[in-house]
Design a protein around this ligand. Structure first.
Ligand SMILES: [Zn+2]
Length: 292
């Protein structure tokens, strides 16, 4: 599933290809995405110009200027779900299977959302101010702006385990299974440790590890596990740098001990039992449910 580095890579790839372009038409397949694109939105989006391309958590936000000057500022909001690909290609390029929404652009290119598993979505949201308020109610801060005090309170104020804390989008936006495991390894913390039992210095190390892992992953254009590609169709490279994620039974890059996999917060969690000791009784914690 694309997480923050993959979504950020798509946004950075799309930005120069979309900035200033006008949408001249929209078409969709008959298959429904998780949040279906409504046919009535075709007319709303057509004629609108792209003002900005940005990311919030795992969401792609394309701010539009409506062709009606008195209309509110709309935004296209896209989620890549499990297998979404959001790319700009020449309109003449044959359409692949599983392309569900296509935005034709005024320069002869098309912005295509392809999603074989259809957990992704594209929505036309007419009121950007309302959208911001709704998203900020669901999402915590971006991981690059986490205050030390904020993060210590969030971690040490819960009996849930560290894996659950990192996956909770209302605490920190954009981290998913891959980068949670990699950050916990970097900070030498067991995924099952209860937040309230973690020391201040360990909280700080985890916050720094989240930032460092995500920064490095963005530099490598994210991780391609199955379908993921950036906005220009290129695959990621960070999968080659994973220390623990997907490495069950392989030697820890730090100490050589076999990497273990166990379920914490309902998700397969990969860790080194020597570098990331449990210290005290671990907690499993429930699956983290999130609208995002
Ligand atoms: Zn190790």
């Amino acid at each position: 599933m694309p997480e923050l580095p993959e979504v950020e890579t798509v946004v950075r790839d799309l930005r120069p290809l979309l900035a200033g372009r006008t949408i001249v038409g929209v078409r969709q397949s008959k298959h429904k995405l998780r949040r279906p694109w409504l046919a009535t939105w075709n007319a709303n989006a057509t004629g609108a110009r792209v003002e900005a391309v940005r990311r919030r958590g795992k969401w792609i936000l394309i701010d539009l200027v409506s062709r009606e000057p008195e209309a509110s500022d709309p935004t296209l909001r896209v989620h890549l779900g499990m297998s979404g690909q959001f790319t700009v290609v020449p309109a003449s390029e044959p359409e692949a299977n599983h392309v569900h929404v296509v935005f034709a652009l005024d320069d002869g290119n098309e912005l295509r959302l392809r999603d074989p598993r259809r957990f992704g979505s594209a929505e036309f949201l007419p009121d950007r101010v309302a959208l911001e308020a709704e998203m900020n109610a669901d999402l915590g801060p971006e991981p690059f702006n986490l205050g030390a005090e904020y993060f210590r309170r969030a971690v040490r104020g819960t009996a849930r385990n560290l894996k659950a804390v990192l996956l909770d989008q209302s605490i920190v936006a954009g981290v998913g299974n891959i980068y949670a495991d990699e950050a916990l390894f970097r900070a030498k913390l067991h995924p099952g440790r209860a937040g309230k039992r973690v020391k201040t210095a360990e909280c700080d190390a985890l916050r720094e590890a989240v930032e460092a892992v995500l920064t490095r992953a963005i530099e490598s254009r994210g991780s391609t596990i199955r379908d993921y590609v950036g906005g220009s169709g290129l695959r990621g490279g960070f999968q080659n740098e994973h220390a623990v994620y997907g490495k069950t039974g392989e030697p820890c890059p730090a100490c050589g001990t076999a990497i273990t996999c166990a379920r914490y917060a309902g998700r397969a969690s990969h860790y080194c039992p020597l570098c990331q000791p449990s210290k005290s009784k671990v907690v499993r914690s429930k699956v983290v449910k999130s609208k995002t």
